[in-house]
Design a protein around this ligand. Structure first.
Ligand code: ADP
Ligand code: MG
Length: 801
């Protein structure tokens, strides 16, 4: 540019000089200068225009580049949008949605509202049903149905709630999708509008560019012409021209260059145009794709909407069916309710009635209790009276039993005599004296035969035991007597016989084979224990001996002390022995201890015990006292077990002095015993109890309804036949009066006259009194005696000894 400017100034100065040097060439030069200046101006103008064009081109290039980049951006944006649209379409495919959803939504809402109303209605009915009292329906078949219906209803409610939730979700989604669709459509419209604008702008620019290029093309030829014209002028001019031409050439080159550039630009424009076309095609393609996708999306939405409608219809149909079923159930429940209402009314009435009854129940209960109490009291009274009656009967039965027993004993005889023959022992020695003189009747066990001095003598007793009879056999015979002691009878068992005949063996026995004493006590214990549930018994034992008519206590501290038999000071006429020791025994062991003690006393006292014992009477007195737990009835029975002194006659032994005295005492007491027994057995008016200490002591046990058994011990050997004969005669004398029932009653008449006795059992005396109405030899009982006989039984009397 600087060169051009400088040249310009040169042109200016040169032209001035030439015009002043040659006036002929001046017009040409002038014209040339003018032409030159004109050309210069034109050139300058052209340069300016070129400059402008360059700038424009640069601007256009930059514009085109910007447009191109913008378009590329737009294309990128559109691609992104297309991708997002495709994603949206694919997402929408998986979801429900559509424009018609709103209608369905409205329909569903209406349906929902209807269902809600129905539900409210159902709930209200349900509430009513619940408000009904539950009690009447207990056990009712409708209650189960109602419960099922309730469950179904709650299920349906749950389903309706779920459907509602789903519907609201669907509504929300439809709303969202509609919004998004509208947004996408709006965006598409914007994009399309932008594209159209851009296209228009680009085409306008392209048109402008074409016009500019065309105008530039149109301007170039005049410049060439001027340059040629200048060339034919002067040298200077030629030079200038050449310079100008050079310059022109340069300019032309530049123009060519510019044209090249322009061409290039045109090419670029062309390529950009092509790009634009391509982009448009792409856009169209994308649009078509979008359209297609939109169509697909619409189709999808259509199908989804159809599915949704179908599902809704199905759900609706199902809900309708279920509602119908619910309605039907409800109708059933209503009818049930209607049928139940009367039942409920009756139940309510019943309930009220029951309530009234419950209110009145305490009164009723009290009354019932009063009645029951009265009944119980009456029953107790009745039971009491029954008990009293039973007690009376029981007492009567007891008395009857006793009466029967007495009768039995009476028939058998209150006093029984049995004989026991001991076996031949070593002590009997050998030879003719030791031969057996006793034989028995095999058919009658009450007969005994004795060969005395060659003459057979027979005796009949109540029973005869041979030497082979065991202790148990003998005890068997006497045990009924012993047990009657528990019932309050007094019993005496005597062992009678000469020394060595077996009295002590029968009464005491040996430790290995005990006799009546120990067996009797054992039996008493076992009997007492058997009756322990009804009776309370105490047993006491005393042991005494009578030697030379002196009574001694074998269990006392001083066996030498003489004991006296006295009348009770209470005036009852009872006898007792002051100072006689009584041991209370509770077991057989106790009895054994008592025996041992008594035995020890006797052993220490006498040096020759065997001899002494054969000269004295040994007494074991067992007293059994009983109380009936239920009646309070008291009984006292006494068992006297007496091992008598030897019955051998004194004269025979030829004794003197003390021995004689002993024998006299023994004989006296034994005779007295025989007399007493005989008197009792023959029911004599007077019984000589006081003739000896023994009979006096045993008075109460020998009289009345007491039972007496005498065991006559017999030695079988030849040398003892005299004593045996004597003993058997004594036995027979005791048993001499054989009493038949009628004669016994006659005897009873004399027996009942024994009013000096301290006590008599009422039953027997009553019976005796009755018996007196029969002809008898005895004296009838006096009124006084009958009165006494009616007094309580002797078993409740003070205990005599
Ligand atoms: P008592 O007491 O009458 O004087 P015992 O009882 O002492 O007579 O008897 C004299 C002897 O005869 C004794 O050795 C006794 O063991 C014996 N004895 C008596 N009876 C029998 C019998 N039934 N069986 C066997 N031995 C007997
Ligand atoms: Mg003896």
């Amino acid at each position: 540019m600087n060169v051009e400017k400088t040249g310009g100034r040169l042109f200016g100065s040169g032209r001035c000089s030439s015009l002043s040097g040659s006036p002929g060439a001046a017009p040409v030069v002038h014209r040339m200068v003018e032409a030159m200046s004109q050309l210069q101006d034109e050139k300058t103008q052209l340069q300016e225009e070129l400059e402008v064009l360059r700038e424009r081109l640069a601007l256009r290039n930059s514009d085109q580049q910007a447009t191109s980049t913008q378009l590329q951006h737009q294309v990128e944006n559109l691609k992104e949008k297309l991708i997002s649209q495709a994603q949206e379409v694919s997402r929408l495919r998986s979801e429900l949605g559509g424009t018609d959803l709103e209608k369905h939504r409205d329909r569903l809402m209406v349906e929902n509202e209807r269902l809600r109303q129905e539900l409210r209605h159902c709930e209200a009915e349900l509430q009513e049903l619940r408000a009904q009292p539950a009690a009447p329906c207990v056990g009712c078949e409708h209650s189960q149905e109602s419960t099922q219906l309730r469950d179904k209803l709650s299920q349906l409610q749950l389903e309706v709630a779920e459907n509602k939730g789903m519907l609201s979700e669907l509504n929300l989604e439809v709303q969202q999708k509609t919004d998004r669709l509208a947004e996408v459509e709006l965006r598409l419209k914007d994009c399309l509008a932008e594209k159209a604008q851009e296209e228009e702008r680009l085409s306008r620019r392209l048109r402008d560019s074409h016009e500019t290029i065309a105008s530039l093309r149109a301007q170039s030829p005049p410049v060439k012409y001027v340059i040629k014209t200048v060339e034919v002028e002067s040298s200077k001019t030629k030079q200038a021209l050449s310079e100008s031409q050079a310059r022109n050439q340069h300019l032309q080159e530049q123009v060519a260059m510019q044209r090249q550039v322009l061409k290039e630009m045109e090419q670029q424009l062309q390529s950009s145009h092509q790009l634009t076309v391509q982009l448009r095609a792409q856009i169209a393609m994308y649009e078509a794709e979008l359209e297609r996708a939109h169509g697909q999306m619409l189709e999808e939405m259509q199908s989804l909407e159809e599915d949704k409608n179908r599902a809704i219809e199905e759900a609706f149909a199902r809900a309708q069916v279920e509602m119908k079923a619910v309605h039907e159930n409800l109708a059933g429940v209503r009818t049930n309710l209607l049928t139940l209402q009367p039942a409920l009314r009756t139940l309510t009435n019943d309930y009220n009635g029951l309530k009234r009854q419950v209110r009145g129940f305490p009164m009723l209960l009290q009354e019932a209790l009063r009645n029951v109490k009265a009944e119980i009291g009456q029953a107790i009274e009745e039971a009491n009276s029954n008990n009293q009656e039973l007690l009376r009967k029981y007492r009567r039965e007891l008395q009857l039993r006793k009466k029967c027993h007495n009768e039995l004993v009476r028939l058998k005889g209150n006093i029984r005599v049995i004989a026991r023959v001991r076996p031949v022992t070593k002590e009997d020695g050998e030879g003719p004296e030791a031969t057996n003189a006793v034989s028995f009747d095999p058919d009658d066990d009450s007969i005994i035969h004795l060969l005395h001095k060659g003459k057979p003598v027979s005796f009949e007793l109540d029973k005869v035991f041979s030497p082979w009879a065991s202790q148990q056999d003998v005890f068997q015979e006497v045990q009924a007597l012993i047990t009657s002691c528990i019932d309050g009878f007094n019993v005496c068992i005597f062992a009678y016989g000469q020394t060595g005949a077996g009295k002590t063996y029968t009464m005491e026995g040996t430790p290995e084979n005990p006799g009546i004493n120990q067996r009797a006590l054992q039996l008493l214990f076992s009997e007492v224990q058997e009756k322990a549930s009804d009776w309370q018994y105490t047993m006491t034992v005393s042991a005494a001996e009578i030697y030379n008519e002196v009574l001694r206590d074998l269990l006392g501290k001083d066996p030498q002390e003489k004991l006296e038999i006295r009348l009770c000071p209470d005036g009852s006429g009872q006898l007792y022995v002051p100072g006689l020791t009584e041991f209370q025994v509770q077991s057989v062991d106790d009895i054994n201890k008592v025996f041992e003690f008594g035995h020890t006393n006797r052993t220490t006292e006498f040096t020759n015990l065997n001899e002494h014992s054969s000269r004295s009477h040994a007494l074991l007195i067992v007293t059994v006292r009983g109380v009936d737990c239920s009646t309070g009835l008291r009984t006292t029975g006494k068992l006297n077990l007496v091992d008598l002194a030897g019955s051998e006659r004194v004269g025979k032994s030829g004794a003197e002095g003390s021995r004689l005295r002993e024998a006299q005492h023994i004989n006296k007491s034994l005779s007295a015993l025989g007399d007493v027994i005989a008197a009792l057995r023959s029911r004599q008016g007077h019984v000589p109890f006081r003739n000896s200490k023994l009979t006096y002591l045993l008075q109460d046990s020998l009289s009345g309804d007491s039972k007496t058994l005498m065991v006559v011990q017999v030695s079988p050997v030849e040398k003892n036949t005299s004593e045996t004969l004597y003993s058997l005669k004594f036995a027979e004398r005791v048993r001499s009066v054989e009493l038949g029932p009628s004669s016994r009653r006659t005897e009873l008449g004399s027996w009942s006259s024994q009013e000096h006795l301290e006590w008599e059992p009422a039953c027997q005396t009553l019976q005796s009194a009755r018996a007196h109405s029969a002809p008898s030899s005895g004296t009838n009982s006096r009124p006084g005696s009958i009165r006494r006989k009616l007094q309580p039984s002797g078993r409740s009397r003070p205990v005599p000894v």
